[in-house]
Design a protein around this ligand. Structure first.
Ligand code: ADP
Ligand code: 5GP
Length: 204
C-alpha cells in the first residue's frame, strides 16, 4: 500500500473552507483531517481533540521545540499560535489515507518547501463584501476579531498564486465538486495506482 497524499488548503477566514471540507469528507472515503494545535480559546461547540487540540502557550512552545520535529509547520495567525503535528500527519499518511491540512498561508509556504510534496489549494471568496457577510453571518466572532480577519484577508488572497490550485467558493456545490475532483485526480497518479503491483501486467 502506498502512502496517502498530503493536501494543503488555505483560505481567508470565513470563506467557507470548514464547510467545504466537511462536505467532501462525507462524500469521499479515505480522507483524514489533521487536527492542529492552537493557543486560541475554543468557540462554542468546538471540542478538544476533534476541532483542535487547545493548548496553552507554554505547552505549544514545548511541542514546537521538541527535538524530534514537533510541528511540520507553525505560525502566529490573527494573534494566536497554530501548528501541525508531525507525528499525527506521518501516522495518518502511513495508513494510506489522504490527509487534509487546513492551515494559513504562512504555514502552507513552510509545507510547500518541505519533503512532503503537498498538493496545494487556495480557496477564495467571490468578493471581500461577501467574505464580510459570511464572517458576520457565522456569528462566532466578536467585532474586533472580524476586523482583524478582514484586514488579513487581502494579504492572504495576494498569495493565492503560490498555490497549485485556486477554487472560488461562490456556489457551494460547485466549489465542493472542484475540491473532490482535485483529490480524485491525485488518487489516479501512477505513484498511487501502480505502487507495489507491477506484477499485474508482467506475469503473462
Ligand atoms: P471558514 O472555515 O473558511 O472560516 P466556514 O466554513 O465557517 O468558513 O463558513 C463561514 C460561513 O459562510 C458559514 O456560515 C457558512 O455556512 C457560510 N458559507 C460557506 N460557504 C458558502 C457559500 N458558498 N455561500 C454562502 N455561504 C457560505
Ligand atoms: P480559526 O481560528 O478560524 O479556526 O483559524 C484561523 C486560521 O488559522 C485559518 O486560516 C486556519 O487555516 C489557520 N490554521 C488552523 N490550523 C492551523 C495550523 O496548524 N497551522 C497554521 N499555520 N494555520 C492554521
Amino acid at each position: 500500500m502506498s502512502n496517502g497524499s498530503l493536501f494543503v488548503l488555505s483560505a481567508p477566514s470565513g470563506c467557507g473552507k470548514t464547510t467545504m471540507v466537511s462536505l467532501v469528507m462525507q462524500r469521499l472515503n479515505g480522507i483524514s483531517f489533521s487536527i492542529s494545535h492552537t493557543t486560541r480559546s475554543a468557540r462554542d461547540k468546538e471540542v478538544h481533540g476533534k476541532d483542535y487540540y487547545f493548548v496553552n502557550h507554554e505547552e505549544f512552545i514545548r511541542i514546537r521545540d521538541e527535538e524530534n520535529r514537533g510541528f511540520i509547520e507553525w505560525a502566529e495567525v490573527h494573534g494566536n499560535y497554530y501548528g501541525t503535528s508531525c507525528q499525527e500527519v506521518d501516522r495518518l499518511l502511513a495508513t494510506g489515507s489522504d490527509v487534509l491540512l487546513d492551515i494559513d498561508v504562512q504555514g502552507a509556504l513552510q509545507v510547500m518547501h518541505s519533503t512532503y510534496h503537498p498538493v496545494t489549494i487556495f480557496i477564495a471568496p467571490p468578493s471581500l463584501d461577501e467574505l464580510e457577510r459570511r464572517l458576520r453571518g457565522r456569528m462566532t466572532d466578536d467585532e474586533h476579531t472580524i476586523e482583524v480577519r478582514l484586514r488579513n484577508a487581502r494579504g492572504e488572497i495576494r498569495q493565492a498564486t503560490k498555490y497549485q490550485y485556486l477554487i472560488v467558493n461562490d456556489n457551494l456545490d460547485e466549489a465542493v465538486q472542484s475540491l473532490e475532483s482535485i483529490i480524485i485526480s491525485e488518487r489516479c497518479r501512477t505513484r498511487r495506482t501502480l505502487h507495489g503491483e507491477p506484477a499485474r501486467y508482467t506475469h503473462r
